[in-house]
Design a protein around this ligand. Structure first.
Ligand SMILES: [Zn+2]
Length: 55
């Protein structure tokens, strides 16, 4: 699995190379936390699925 991920940052309002800040195994699978190095915005993915949209 890569340690970097290109993703649109809603804070910077442009595409950034996020880095993996944390990774843990949960009952749903593997949970990874990605952080924007520019503004420190972070979001969670579970099994590679972006869960930032789910409130
Ligand atoms: Zn950002």
């Amino acid at each position: 699995m890569s340690l970097e991920l290109e993703h649109d940052c809603p804070h910077c309002e442009e595409s950034r190379i996020f880095y993996k800040a944390a990774s843990m195994t949960v009952h749903l699978g593997t949970k990874t936390k990605w952080r924007c190095p520019e503004c420190n915005y972070a979001f969670i993915k579970i099994n590679g699925i972006d869960s930032s949209a789910s409130a």
